[in-house]
Design a protein around this ligand. Structure first.
Ligand code: FES
Length: 104
């Protein structure tokens, strides 16, 4: 299970053992972190799973058009913004660091 780091809104860094095959959104929620609401359940239509990728972006797939469209609507979009439901956990994502975006 690749280890990833999730930085909470208040700045606490939490080490998470993520299961290969789930999305980063699911890994965060499976770890008991409730700051990612994931209203749409991971279908790329709510943006409540918004994170900032602080380290390890090279291990992630390119952003798709749907994800980019959803992020366009976010008040907090940054160059490193991603929707965590669109980020698959793989062996290559070990060491990934994501910061949970502010609540919209
Ligand atoms: S959970 Fe809704 S866009 Fe990711």
């Amino acid at each position: 299970m690749p280890g990833v780091t999730v930085i909470l809104r208040e700045g606490e860094a939490v080490a998470v053992e993520a299961e290969i095959g789930v999305s980063m959104m699911e890994a965060i929620r499976n770890a008991g972190i409730d700051e990612v609401v994931a209203l749409c359940g991971g279908s790329c239509s709510c943006a409540t799973c918004h994170v900032f990728v602080e380290e390890g972006a090279e291990a992630l797939p390119e952003m798709g058009a749907d994800e980019a469209d959803m992020l366009e609507c976010s008040l907090y979009r940054q160059p490193n913004s991603r929707l965590s439901c669109q980020l698959p956990v793989t062996a290559a994502t070990a060491g990934l660091v994501v910061r949970i975006a502010p609540e919209e």
